[in-house]
Design a protein around this ligand. Structure first.
Ligand SMILES: Cc1cc2nc3c(=O)[nH]c(=O)nc-3n(C[C@H](O)[C@H](O)[C@H](O)COP(=O)(O)OP(=O)(O)OC[C@H]3O[C@@H](n4cnc5c(N)ncnc54)[C@H](O)[C@@H]3O)c2cc1C
Length: 443
């Protein structure tokens, strides 16, 4: 086993949550103090492997407010300066999305990590942890092409999406599907050579949804396809694979093949039945099937459906969320459907710091889609605007704890909130309505 140089903070998983956590921590601790571990050869997780749109930056409704800020804004700005972004209303009223080129985002993550002095290790899979007698995590074991690696650190952030670190360290969690049906999985795909002018002239999305409803042999009668920032290209969220425990590699492998099969059924449907798509082809499938939820860790607080729908307020808030509950699930009749429930009044609820601290944790935070929430609350608070904000909060908290040699629980939340505000994080819903015009980029 090879021993790696230790770090002040180790972040496991480089999705949207982990990347921002690493940046936030590194900017406070300085170069080479933060280690970011990622099993794939690129950064971004779902943000680059599966998707091309950040939701959650803006509250939905006729008076959109921007409720995410700080380092996530820098990511958007870098994307905007690169190839441009596009602000886009969500088909189902989830608010305005920020659409970007996901291949460019891979480069943006690389450059931001280099700029902040984050030590990045790709192609490593966390497979075990060591704990002290008091329960704190002291070291991680990684599997890699270079053999097994070991690294020690005093502070850890689990941003693995599947709560791998918390699972290995023995923290409690709810596995999706245990209490309520787990959300479905989706292989997104991108098509090129779409004549979008003709598509829009022939009725656009309304026409497409009508044709989907009556289509024979399609995996579902629904699904969305939207313009990418690259001309003549579209990206979809259409495929669905249900009843999969995505931490079971046998089930996950079968789901990958099923997702790819469905994608090509959709391709035929688009080519044969949707005007403008006659010459279109799939040019990219998600690197891996998109997983919405697996383990959700039990934290010092658990965000609930009621918190979302009553616009809860918490003194220890570290981010805001106005996104609706969007639950992709199998319906009672076997039909796959999406259940929606909206945060009233276009408002945003508070997400407490305690949702990022696993119960009894002495030196671990959990961020992103494995944070502490019930099934429904998770279905609202899992958009990338929020997962990035969680990363920003936990990364800042970890750096503060490292500097003060304190624990997540004993950290002064008022000081953390001050630090977050200084970074540009939004902890109070602004009064100003945002400009969400198509090419707008505003606060
Ligand atoms: C199909 C689909 C469509 C969605 N649509 C949208 C949308 O349009 N807009 C939006 O904002 N949100 C959307 N969401 C939700 C959102 O994308 C996710 O909730 C969010 O990206 C999760 O970010 P994360 O950083 O928590 O996890 P991930 O992005 O899953 O990142 C986890 C990272 O950890 C790595 N990792 C995992 N285990 C290990 C390990 N043991 N060792 C090392 N590395 C590990 C993974 O490779 C990955 O890079 C969608 C989700 C899905 C699945």
């Amino acid at each position: 086993m090879t021993e790696l140089p230790s770090a002040d903070v180790v972040v496991v998983g480089a999705g949207s949550a982990g990347c921002i956590a690493a940046l936030a921590a590194a900017r406070k601790l300085g170069p080479n103090q933060v280690l970011l571990l990622e099993r794939y050869g690129f950064l971004g997780g779902t943000s680059t492997a599966v998707l091309d749109t950040f939701y959650g930056f803006y509250t939905p409704g006729s008076e959109p407010k921007k409720v995410v800020g700080g380092i996530p804004d820098e990511v958007v700005t870098a994307l905007a300066h690169g190839e441009g972004i596009m602000l886009r209303p969500n088909t189902y009223g989830a608010g305005t999305g920020v659409t970007y080129n996901p291949e460019l985002l891979k480069r943006v993550w690389d450059e931001m990590m280099a700029g902040a002095g984050v030590r990045v290790l790709n192609h490593v899979l966390l497979v075990d942890v060591e704990r002290e007698l008091d329960g704190r995590v002291s070291a991680a074991i990684l599997a890699s092409k270079s053999g097994f690696l070991r690294v020690e650190a005093p502070y850890w952030i689990d941003a693995s999406g599947d709560a791998d670190l918390c699972h290995l360290a023995g923290f409690e969690y709810e596995m999706a599907g245990e209490i309520e049906p787990a959300q479905t999985l989706t292989t997104t795909f991108r098509m090129a050579n779409v004549d979008l002018k003709r598509f829009k002239l022939e009725g656009g999305k309304a026409m497409m949804h009508e044709r989907m409803k009556s289509a024979v042999g399609l995996p579902r009668t629904k699904g969305s396809a939207h313009d990418m920032v690259i001309e003549g290209c579209i990206a979809t969220v259409a495929v669905r694979v249900a009843d999969v425990n995505a931490t079971d590699v046998v089930a996950l492998s079968a789901a990958e093949a099923e997702g790819r099969r469905q994608a090509f059924v959709y391709e035929q449907f688009f080519r044969n039945q949707i005007p403008g798509y006659e010459n279109a082809r799939i040019i990219g499938l998600a690197t891996g099937i998109g997983v919405r939820e697996t383990r959700r860790v039990y934290g010092e607080y658990r965000l609930t459906r009621e918190d979302c729908l009553t616009v809860a307020r918490f003194d220890d808030r570290v981010l805001l969320c106005g996104a609706p509950i969007e639950d992709h699930r199998m319906g009672a009749t076997g039909e796959e459907e999406t259940a929606w429930a909206y945060v009233p009044g276009g408002l945003a609820y508070d997400v407490p710091y305690r949702c990022l601290v696993p119960k009894k944790s002495l030196n671990v935070w959990v961020v992103g889609r494995c944070f502490s929430a019930t099934h429904d609350a998770h279905a609202s608070c899992r958009s990338m605007g929020q997962t990035m904000s969680m990363g920003q909060s936990a990364g800042t908290a970890a750096a503060m704890c490292s500097t003060q040699s304190t624990s997540p629980e004993d950290l002064d939340i008022g000081c953390l909130q001050e630090e977050l505000r200084a970074l540009g994080a939004v902890l109070e819903t602004p009064d100003v309505v945002s400009d969400v015009s198509r090419w707008g980029l505003s606060s």
